[in-house]
Design a protein around this ligand. Sequence first.
Ligand SMILES: Nc1ncnc2c1ncn2[C@@H]1O[C@H](COP(=O)(O)OP(=O)(O)OP(=O)(O)O)[C@@H](O)[C@H]1O
Ligand SMILES: [Mg+2]
Length: 244
Amino acid sequence: MSDTVLEMDGITSGYMGDIDVLRSVSLSVRKGHISGLIGLNGAGKSTLFKTIYGFLKPKAGAIRLEGQDISGRPPHTLIDHGLWYIPQESSLFSYLSVEENLRLPLESRHKQFGHLIEQRFQDTLAHFPVLREKLKSQAGDLSGGQQKSLEFAKAYMVQPRVCLIDEPSIGLAPKVASEIFQWIKHFAASGMGILLVDHNVRRVVSLSDHIYVLSLGEITASGSPEDFQGDLHAQVKEWLGITF
Ligand SMILES: Nc1ncnc2c1ncn2[C@@H]1O[C@H](COP(=O)(O)OP(=O)(O)OP(=O)(O)O)[C@@H](O)[C@H]1O
Ligand SMILES: [Mg+2]
């Protein structure tokens, strides 16, 4: 489809030579859409993100960003292609200030992005006012919710075409988690393609335009949120062992 921005096509990947954590996984993300990925602990969701973002080299298959094969490209080059990653773990430099963390992704690509930095920085502070009074604080001194806001503010600075978001609400108070999900909606509404994983399956299903179920490294079901209201919904519930 022409508005597909990210595509995984038959990806097999893992950490050790003979153990495949992902087996022939195919999925796609469309411009301005949220693709949600759900699966049990250990299903391979974070491994999937690490493979897209170049931390793991796939053994088979292709990863295409706007039609261009990016499989195995090193992570630090992917910002140039419009891909950004908000990992399950923090990506912040805890001994750098909030301001330094915000500026760093674009500063480190000064040739390409230098002319955008000041305007983006001011826009970002306008949209994330909670960070304005913390600009000189070390990122590591922020609360968990503020650190997550900083991760999203960094993505806002970068304005990628595709953003991978792994478990954004983990450990957050419900109010902060709601704000974070609003940001994800906002990012998609601005045209960004999103691949989202969260343990809050109800949220993922309600927020996503398309949902994939990953089970033991394989995509075992996929569909629209409506598809998950009927039999498939019951099946997913059973696979995931949850009530929602
Ligand atoms: N660095 C690693 N080295 C070797 N095996 C790993 C590594 N990280 C994860 N694994 C294994 O890969 C499998 C998938 O893990 P992964 O972290 O991708 O799952 P997940 O679906 O993200 O789980 P969770 O919901 O707990 O975040 C698990 O069996 C895990 O033990
Ligand atoms: Mg994970």
